[in-house]
Design a protein around this ligand. Structure first.
Ligand code: HEC
Length: 112
């Protein structure tokens, strides 16, 4: 095999690797944390939309403010992670990170 032929065989392989590297960084972005609104709509709305079982409702200050005053944001997050009375651990979002739970809480109390 000549040197030219070998270069020809190597070249396409090299450019394939480049394309693969670009794909990897693109999907890393797509797999990043979901927004609080997305998590809420996937996992929390079933109870927190209508106030099922006494769940504090989306962006209703009268439901959220007393909890924030009484326990503080840090405890609210811990209760959402660990569960609290009828509030299930992680709000049933099995693949949520703690940051995504925090984002969902931020969304639920936005503007109150
Ligand atoms: C199966 C119904 C249900 C789902 C699903 C649910 N919650 Fe709740 N949640 C509740 C109920 C009921 C309460 C009120 C519990 C109480 O005060 O006794 C609550 C309370 C909370 C509180 C306040 C905790 C406190 O200390 O006062 C937070 C924060 C919270 N939920 C976050 C979430 C998040 C975030 C999600 C979605 C990822 C979620 N919940 C999904 C039922 C649910």
């Amino acid at each position: 095999m000549s040197d030219e032929a070998i270069k020809e065989r190597i070249k396409p392989h090299g450019s394939l690797k480049m394309a693969g590297a670009e794909d990897a960084s693109a999907s890393a972005g797509a797999d990043g944390p979901r927004s609080g609104e997305t998590v809420y709509n996937n996992a929390c709305v079933a109870c927190h939309g209508a106030g099922v079982l006494g769940a504090p409702k989306l962006q209703v200050a009268a439901d959220w403010q007393p909890r924030i005053d009484e326990r503080g944001m840090e405890t609210l997050l811990q209760n959402a992670i660990n569960g609290y009375n009828a509030m299930p651990p992680m709000g049933t979002c099995g693949d949520c990170s703690e940051d995504e739970i925090q984002a969902a809480i931020d969304y639920m109390i936005e503007g109150i």
